[in-house]
Write a protein that binds this ligand. Structure first.
Ligand SMILES: NC(=O)c1ccc[n+]([C@@H]2O[C@H](COP(=O)([O-])OP(=O)(O)OC[C@H]3O[C@@H](n4cnc5c(N)ncnc54)[C@H](O)[C@@H]3O)[C@@H](O)[C@H]2O)c1
Ligand SMILES: [Zn+2]
Length: 386
């Protein structure tokens, strides 16, 4: 994986088989437009406002906005539209949209004629920092999210920070949540850079966004190149996600953006790491809480509860975690931080500890005070012989 600056654009190579470049910066749109051939097809998330990430192709297929697109019906209609155009295998599918459009478009490209090239133009921050790299594609079933898909890498990715300007605030913060996770995985330098840039990022400063996307893409590219099929090190990218998926399940999918649940999940993973003795850097939880606040993200599960007005009951969260895809015999496995840049990948935490970290702070305070009272009583009560 290498990073090269050409004019104002950064190019990051993802060294998987076959390798591809992620082109990041103001002007990535024009670069993508120059790449477009008459035989290529554009698949466009219809939730992306007109005038944003416009690519003028002979054929443009409109997709339902966001998550709505990730079903059999959309997949079938995209495949039928491709077949109607009677293109051959030289056709490339340019997918313009958020992570949902890329997941569906990547799968359609993988299936059509047993595989045509997909070029991704991620238009959300979350898709730029995460979904556009690594080749996971998927649709949802009634039984759960992302249950059908393949791993197939795109042939190129173009990310232009100008596309972020129109993003609704909640979707923007969702991308920042996923970026916070990357910084924690990446280590001290990445985390310190995010701390320095937090205010500019919240203001959607284009240069700060380019730097952030580049760092996240470099990190993900490095991890994916080592483990394309998530058999080992790629699991690190699930930091905070066992909690986040449970939160999304209990709140109801779509009730809150994924990356915002991830931010709360990171706070919970740090708390669990501290209480289970995995955490070596005792100052890290407070540091990450401060950074989350600076990025306008929830710094705790309680802040998420307050923001979304949902109780997110600990027992319901624990039940949801037991049916998580990564559970082993209904025992959830956690990725937990040791320090920034160092993680334990498959920790089986005691169920009562998981419940305890998910408990509202007021209850935790009451439980702590009750424990202290019991301890005081034990110390002051006269010893009885046995
Ligand atoms: N493949 C992967 O590795 C991977 C990684 C992370 C997430 N995902 C998937 O990505 C999806 C979430 O992606 P997301 O967070 O990008 O959300 P999304 O794709 O659902 O998009 C969110 C909303 O923003 C709209 N939108 C997109 N770009 C816009 C723009 N520039 N301006 C205004 N509105 C815009 C969309 O129409 C949609 O309504 C989930 O389905 C998740 O499973 C995949
Ligand atoms: Zn995620």
């Amino acid at each position: 994986m290498t990073r090269r600056v050409r004019a104002k654009l950064l190019r990051i190579r993802v060294a998987v088989e076959p390798a591809y470049d992620v082109c990041i910066g103001v002007g990535a749109l024009e670069r993508a437009a120059r790449e477009l051939r008459p035989t290529d097809v554009v698949l466009r998330d219809s939730g992306v406002p007109a005038g944003v990430a416009e690519l003028h192709a002979t054929t443009t297929i409109a997709l339902a906005p966001g998550e709505e697109a990730k079903d059999w019906a959309s997949l079938a209609s995209v495949l039928a539209a491709l077949a109607d155009e009677a293109r051959d295998r030289s056709t490339r599918l340019f997918v313009v949209g958020g992570g949902a459009a890329l997941d569906l478009g990547g799968l359609a490209a993988a299936l059509y004629l047993r595989g045509v090239d997909a070029v991704y133009c991620p238009t959300t921050l979350l898709a730029m920092v995460d979904a556009s790299v690594g080749g996971k594609t998927a649709i949802n079933l009634e039984q759960g999210k992302n249950l059908v898909g393949v791993i197939r890498q795109p042939s190129a990715v173009y990310a232009d920070p100008r596309w972020i300007a129109s993003l609704p605030e909640a979707e923007f913060r969702s991308g920042l949540g996923e970026a916070l996770k990357s910084a924690l995985i990446g280590g001290e330098r990445f985390l310190a850079q995010l701390e320095r840039d937090a205010a500019r990022l919240v203001a959607r400063d284009e240069a700060a966004l380019v730097e952030l996307v580049a760092r996240c893409v470099e990190l993900k590219a490095r991890i994916v190149a080592r483990d394309p099929h998530e058999r080992g090190p790629r699991r690190a990218l699930n930091l905070g996600h066992t909690f986040a998926h449970a939160i999304e399940h209990v709140a109801g999918y779509g009730a809150l953006p994924h990356g915002i649940a991830v931010a709360a999940g990171l706070a919970l993973a740090l708390e669990l790491a501290a209480r289970s003795g995995v955490l070596a850097d005792a100052a890290l939880p407070a540091r990450v809480r401060a950074l989350a606040s600076a990025l306008s993200l929830p710094a705790s599960l309680d802040e998420l509860r307050a923001e979304f007005g949902h109780p997110l009951a600990p027992r319901e969260l624990a039940t949801a975690m037991r049916s998580d895809k990564k559970s082993v015999r209904a025992e959830p496995r956690f990725v937990l931080p040791v320090r920034a840049g160092k993680l334990e990948l498959r920790v089986a935490a005691a169920p009562e500890l998981v419940l305890a970290v998910c408990a509202p702070a007021a209850k935790q305070g009451r439980a702590r005070r009750a424990r202290a009272r019991r301890a005081r009583r034990m110390r002051s009560s006269p010893k009885t012989g046995s």
